[in-house]
Design a protein around this ligand. Sequence first.
Ligand code: OGA
Ligand code: NI
Length: 345
Amino acid sequence: MAQSDLLVASWCKSVKSLPANYIMPPELRTTDFSVSKDIPVLDLEQDSGNGRSTLVQQIIKASEEFGAFQVINHGVSDDLMHETMRVYEEFFSMPVDDHESLLSDDFFKSVRFYTSGYSYANEEVHLWKDSLKHPACAHPLDAVVQGWPNKPERYRDVITKYSVEVNKLNHRILDLICEGLGLEHGFFRGELSKVMGMVINNYPPCPEPSLALGLHAHCDPYTLTLIQQQVYGLQIKKRGQWIGVDPIANAFIIMIPYQLQVISNGKLSSCEHRGVTNSDTARISIVTFCGPSDESIIGPAEELVSASNPPRFKTYKCSDFLMNYLDHLSKRKLSNETALGPYLL
Ligand code: OGA
Ligand code: NI
């Protein structure tokens, strides 16, 4: 079948029940779609003057307890966030012919429009989503923009602005985390946040949300993840319990990925999360992340290990970690095994 016919958005309106190859095994389903108000919402305007040390403490506490928090007054304008969401609503509702050249089932393509998980062909059960991924842009004249979609017409213009602004926020939060961990100024600038990318997920309305899944439980393999959403669908796991993230207007959700857990020697927890669907409203999530370059060597920061606090993780090359991570995803087990398994000490 053609890639374009596999996209959930291209056929979901014509089905009244979930196709058999989208029905998750019972252990992976969810019946709890409630939203929690427990996940901290932090005001980044406190950042200046006396409020800074309070903010740093709040960020570290939330990253230890939840591996996630939301931020408001973060400096990315409401208009830009709104316009970006509009661009993606248009992108996902355009005729597929307009995106034919972007469709691919090859995980390693840097720009890719695809359905379900990282390899549709190798999955037994599919996810109720379509996704677009591409590198993010750090400078207004970045060459990566040439590989991006060019429809809707304002795509490159709007997403360039968005990606530059959100990457600034990404770095600003990493600097606050750096301060909170007591690492030298600028620790995360450079190699550890060099690779920047975006993944935009579209979850069309689903006829049977309690049988389906939008996105499997996972932790991200990056250094920091930021998510924009306006419809509920993201759940995070805290002490074995799934909790729903409240979609707050114009906030960003910040999640701690694996690399930050390792660098902090386990002080910060990586956030396990998944996507659930709903039957009424399409949901789009805009994920912007930064991560280490393939060549980077990652391990617990020297400043954070001592005789009384020995390293809890091995040191590894980032590209090796990513290969293991993919292997882990492809052998998806029902157990709670973590992709950090091979690196635990
Ligand atoms: C991801 C992700 C969350 C969401 O793409 O890695 O976690 O809400 N997305 O779609
Ligand atoms: Ni994720």
